[in-house]
Structures are given as C-alpha cells and as structure tokens.
Design a protein. Structure first.
Length: 172
C-alpha cells in the first residue's frame, strides 16, 4: 500500500476522533498468521448468493495474503468475481477489508509469503506456483494451495477498546 492516498471518514457518532489506519496496520502485522485470530473471507457465488469461510491470513509487506485450494468454493468464486471482503477481530478493533483478490504465482514473492506463514507456525513451502504443507485448515481443500493477495479499496473499523471510534478508509 505504499504510495497510496488514504481518504479517512469518521463514522463515530459520539465525538471520538477518527481512528488511525496505522493502528489497524500494526494489529494486522502483529496478530495475523496466528492460529487463534479469526479471519473470514466473503465472496459471491456465480448465482449471486454470498459465501463466507474462515481463512488463515497473514498481513505482510502492507498486503493481506491468504491461501485456498483450487477446487474450493472460495477459489472458484474468486475466479469468476475477484471482489471480496475479509473480516477480522483484532485486539481492540473489529476490521473489515474490501478489495480484489489476485492469485500470486511469482516464485520469489511466494517464497517470502511462505516464510511469513512459517514464522506464524504454519509449515508452508512453495512448490511451483503454490504452497504445500503437512496440514492446513479443513476448508483449505487438498494441496497444492493457491496464494492470493488482496488489493485494498477500502476498510472500516470499530474500536472495541480505547481509543474508541469508528472509521472508514478509502484507498486510491
């Protein structure tokens, strides 16, 4: 998200100042890729119905990354329509990220992302243009797993701890 303009809109109705995007980024960087942080990917089925599923996500290099088996509903939905949201409860902050998911195949990028996942406790390894590991979440499908990054268009957060507030950020 370097060289990105950020438009901030304060959504708080009680007089609290707008939340800082840096707060969300710091929490994403420190808490993502941990086994106990619940991320949910929301996509749209070809018939227009919503689909939501838990994912293992990692914030790395100012980007949200996640994996998915090629035959899973989420991967098939993203192939047809890459628009998505990701919801997460972080310490003191409920956050929704909006954007477009892109499959990543560049080997050096995949190697860096695999290393980030390993630092969080998942033994991911690059094999060709995908990941393998001894295990994954049951919703991940069988290996290999595609790697996706989300190009953010917007995010909104509600603080559940001080400093309080609610904010929407639009990225351009």
């Amino acid at each position: 998200m370097t060289n990105t303009t950020i438009e901030t809109r304060n959504l708080d109705q009680y007089g609290c100042p707008a939340l800082e995007w840096a707060r969300a980024q710091e929490l994403l960087a420190t808490e993502s890729a941990a086994k106990d942080v619940p991320f949910f990917l929301n996509t749209v089925r070809p018939d227009g119905r919503p689909h939501s599923v838990g994912i293992g996500a990692a914030w790395f290099e100012d980007t949200l990354w996640f994996v998915s088996g090629p035959g899973t509903r989420k991967s098939r939905n993203l192939a047809a329509n890459p628009a998505c949201t990701v919801s997460v409860r972080l310490t003191g902050l409920d956050l929704v990220l909006e954007g477009t998911a892109h499959r990543v195949t560049e080997e050096s990028t995949l190697d860096r992302v695999a290393a980030r996942y390993r630092s969080g406790g998942w033994a991911a390894e690059r094999e060709g243009a995908a990941f393998t590991a001894p295990y994954t979440a049951p919703s991940g499908g069988p290996p290999p797993w595609y790697v996706y990054r989300i190009s953010l268009t917007a995010a909104h957060a509600v603080a559940t701890a001080e400093p309080s507030g609610a904010t929407r950020w639009t990225f351009g």
